[in-house]
Design a protein around this ligand. Sequence first.
Ligand SMILES: CC(C)(COP(=O)(O)OP(=O)(O)OC[C@H]1O[C@@H](n2cnc3c(N)ncnc32)[C@H](O)[C@@H]1OP(=O)(O)O)[C@@H](O)C(=O)NCCC(=O)NCCS
Length: 160
Amino acid sequence: MDLHWTAERMTGEDLRAVSAIEQASFRDPWSLQSFQTEIETNPLAFYLVARREEKVIAYIGAWIVQDEVHITTLAVDVQYRRRGVALGLVKELISRVASSGACCLTLEVRPSNTAARRFYEKLGFVVLGRRKFYYADEDALIMTKNGLRLPEDLEERKKR
Ligand SMILES: CC(C)(COP(=O)(O)OP(=O)(O)OC[C@H]1O[C@@H](n2cnc3c(N)ncnc32)[C@H](O)[C@@H]1OP(=O)(O)O)[C@@H](O)C(=O)NCCC(=O)NCCS
């Protein structure tokens, strides 16, 4: 069942919790300082956290580059996965950047990251190509989605 949580802009106070989820979620995690640099100095960056009863349970980041929303990161605390949180965060990101006039979403993902690939495919992303040696040990798949509308069944799925 989906959880109740709220989406808020990421601030410096969230960084320790974000970093803990990051460390538990990725083979090559970003440092806390990387997130800090993003939220404090990158004018193109847009980062949100999902908060449940004061606790950060997930986050998403994007760069709004001209008409493209490039998702830089997305992770959910392992305890809260498969409960619609990532889907809700993507929806929230889309609704907050829609007025920028963006026309498409892009991201890089590891070919071996089956969960993320399934997740993005469900949202209507398709594989556009491959970036050689993007990660230290693996290429990246470039995934893209034209338009900001999600498939209808996902649009209707509500946060509870
Ligand atoms: C990928 C990730 C963000 C998904 O978060 P989540 O909150 O569990 O995803 P949701 O509950 O919103 O899933 C929505 C749909 O995506 C698909 N999906 C999500 N996780 C999946 C998995 N492990 N296997 C297959 N499909 C999956 C399902 O269709 C799911 O719908 P369902 O639960 O009704 O079947 C999460 O697994 C995660 O944090 N992984 C580690 C970090 C990561 O890889 N981030 C992506 C980097 S590009």
